[in-house]
Design a protein around this ligand. Structure first.
Ligand SMILES: NC(=O)CCC(=O)C(=O)O
Length: 256
């Protein structure tokens, strides 16, 4: 599976420009031969303009139409990061994922809202997660702060996921946490982790997107420059790693 990391810099409040940016990112990913492109968090409005209520996508209509049409046109899977969506008078930080035929694979609303930045005052948190199968591989997504809550990823792993996508708008000042958490989730669950963070100098979103293999080694090292990077992952590696050391067989679930 060839994965494209959509490490881009959405502009706060400039929704139309951000759609164009994301369209270019998806087209560039396709031109590099990617099977899947992964987008960052909150790419329609960025994180967060004061008039978010006006700018949020009503019922996710525009985002869904856009992602569905372009995934089908280009024959590419899209892990859609997230968009601000307004529904029944509430705002959600929502993830949509599409397959290469334009079919919605799953959606979820960010569960743990980032209270240090007041996200919990603007948004309503979700209350369900979903796994999905993409080109025959079981996957799940967590949005940014959600990755800190270790039990959630463990449950996905127990459910059989082999790739965790982490879509973020993560501050430069905590990139040490970002890198450690991406690698930890890979090592402790023996899965691939694909982390995509936006870059935005002024709003301090620090890039360092990466792909980590089930041993915790980098397939794509965290990088700073804005732009798409691609790499192939070999799904057999999950089985190979678990043949050498299988933490699932050795777990003491009777104790925790
Ligand atoms: N957008 C977010 O959820 C930010 C999370 C973050 O920066 C963190 O340190 O956690």
């Amino acid at each position: 599976m060839k994965i494209a990391l959509g490490q881009v810099a959405p502009i706060k409040g400039e929704v139309d420009n951000n759609y164009k940016l994301i369209e270019d990112t998806i087209r560039k990913s396709k031109s590099k031969g990617a099977d899947v492109v992964v987008l960052p968090e909150a790419w329609n409005t960025f994180y967060y303009p004061k008039n978010i209520e006006e700018l949020a996508d009503v019922d996710g209509k525009r985002s869904k139409e856009f992602l569905s049409n372009i995934s089908k046109e280009l024959d590419i899977n899209i892990v859609g990061g997230s968009v601000a969506v307004k529904e029944d008078g509430k705002i959600y930080n929502r993830n949509y994922n599409y397959d290469r035929n334009g079919k919605l694979l799953s959606e979820y609303d960010k569960i743990h809202l980032f209270s240090p930045a007041g996200e919990d005052k603007l948004f309503t948190s979700g209350n369900k997660y979903a796994t999905f199968e993409m080109d025959g591989v079981k996957c799940a997504v967590v949005l940014c702060y959600d990755v800190r809550f270790v039990e959630r990823t463990r449950k996905f792993a127990l459910d059989g996921i082999e790739i965790l996508f982490i879509c973020a708008s993560w501050a430069t000042s905590r990139l040490n946490h970002w890198e450690a958490l991406n690698r930890a989730r890979a090592i402790e669950n023996q899965i691939f982790v694909v982390g995509v963070n936006s870059t935005r100098y002024k709003d301090d979103s620090g890039g360092h997107s990466m792909i980590v293999d089930p041993l915790g080694d980098y397939i794509v090292e965290p990088y700073e420059t804005t732009g798409v990077k691609t790499a192939e992952i070999n799904m057999n590696q999950v089985k190979d790693v678990r043949k050498q050391m299988n933490i699932y067989n050795d777990r003491r679930s009777d104790l925790y």
